[in-house]
Ligand binder design. Structure first.
Ligand SMILES: [Zn+2]
Ligand SMILES: [Zn+2]
Length: 368
């Protein structure tokens, strides 16, 4: 018998979410059905609602969004890796374990990533609904590939674990796995939304000496300082040269050993590059749209020794990263509570969307 659940559906051209019944498709042999206990609302989902990502494989409305959650397996396909009752995390990035990338240490590029959005079910009028990112966590239950579901053993609250599959892994992974900063080093983080604040915290946990946060919102600058930033710069009203002077003035006039971009704009990418010293390492996470391009000064890029690194989901390896990051959360070395927004039922999904869109909360949580 088909299972009908409540889901937050995004219709083409609508700037909101519509909570309505979704008839789930039957799981395949390698799928699991997961009851979603908590899911983190991600700013990238607002981008998808607002006009698309430029990723044609994701642009197939109506859709159910959501890609970072904690839940429990309620049924598993005949050859799925997970068993009923298992507590699991759902991540934005899969790990098939078999493709070239997974077997060559680059799980972040698994062949299962950026595939055409699969059908997750149908509306009551019969229209098919798809799941960009293959996860569809803004729903009471979801049918998910077993490669995107990871067992977790932890007493941490659902609200914290809900952030693991995107914000935590992307932000802390960028610092730990990609930038690989060293104790005593200097760091600049451009943009202090949820991802940037996880970067700040990871940098502090790894013993960075100087952490400069660049962020226009006063509340987020204050939080960055509380969570480990040594300095915070408000870019508002400064031209490019003034901002660069203000930032590198805090970094011995040279710039940071490690620069991180979490600003979500072309300008933030350029700033992270400009604020990093010669011979430093710049880690980028912003893509804006598939067809976006960025201008960087070629002389500096070619001859001034900066390494530019790409950070897709923090170059994750979930088993390694769970073993590394869960103890940080458990011990309080990083503060998850500080990054939580309000916790709401799925029926209030539009409030979560508005809080993310308007940047009034860092990580709104839905409890489907
Ligand atoms: Zn996300
Ligand atoms: Zn793979």
């Amino acid at each position: 018998m088909p299972t009908t659940v409540d889901a937050a559906v995004t219709h083409r051209g609508a700037l909101d979410l519509s909570v309505e019944p979704l008839v789930l498709r039957d799981p395949g042999a390698r799928d699991v059905v997961v009851e979603i206990d908590a899911t983190a609302f991600c700013y990238s989902d607002w981008i998808a609602v607002a006009g698309g990502t430029g990723l044609p494989e994701l642009d197939l409305y109506p859709v159910v969004l959501g890609h970072s959650a904690v839940g429990r397996v309620v049924s598993a396909g005949s050859s799925a890796r997970h068993r009923e009752g298992q507590r699991v995390l759902i991540t934005a990035t899969p790990e098939c374990g078999e493709c070239f990338w997974c077997t060559n240490g680059r799980i972040d590029q698994c062949e299962g990533l950026f595939v055409p959005a699969p059908v997750i079910g149908a509306l009551e009028d019969g229209r098919e609904v798809r799941a960009p990112g293959s996860s569809a966590t803004y729903a009471e239950l979801s049918v998910i590939r077993d490669i995107q579901v990871f067992p977790v053993e932890s007493d941490l609250p659902d609200t914290w674990l809900a952030m693991f599959g995107c914000g935590i892994i992307s932000g802390m992974g960028a610092v730990v796995n990609v930038g690989r900063i060293e104790p005593g080093s200097s760091v600049v983080v451009v943009g202090c939304g949820q991802e940037g604040l996880w970067m700040v915290q990871a940098a502090r946990a790894l013993g960075a000496r100087t952490i400069v946060a660049v962020e226009p919102l006063a509340a987020r600058r204050e939080l960055a300082l509380r969570l480990g930033a040594t300095d915070a710069v408000d870019p508002s009203g400064l031209d490019e040269a003034e901002l660069r002077d203000a930032v590198i003035g805090l970094l011995d006039g040279r710039g940071a050993d490690y620069g991180f971009d979490a600003g979500g704009s072309i300008a933030s990418v350029q700033q992270a590059f400009a604020f990093t010293r010669l011979g430093g390492v710049v880690t980028m996470t912003t893509y804006v749209r598939r067809d976006s391009t960025v201008d960087l000064p070629l002389f500096d890029l070619a001859l001034r020794g900066r390494d530019v690194r790409s950070s897709q989901s923090g170059r994750l390896d979930m088993r390694r990263d769970l073993a590394q990051f869960l103890p940080w959360l458990e011990s309080g070395a990083v503060d998850a509570e500080a990054l939580l927004g309000e916790v709401r039922p799925l029926a209030l999904a539009n409030e979560a969307l508005a809080a993310s869109r308007d940047r009034t909360e860092l990580t709104p949580i839905l409890l489907p």
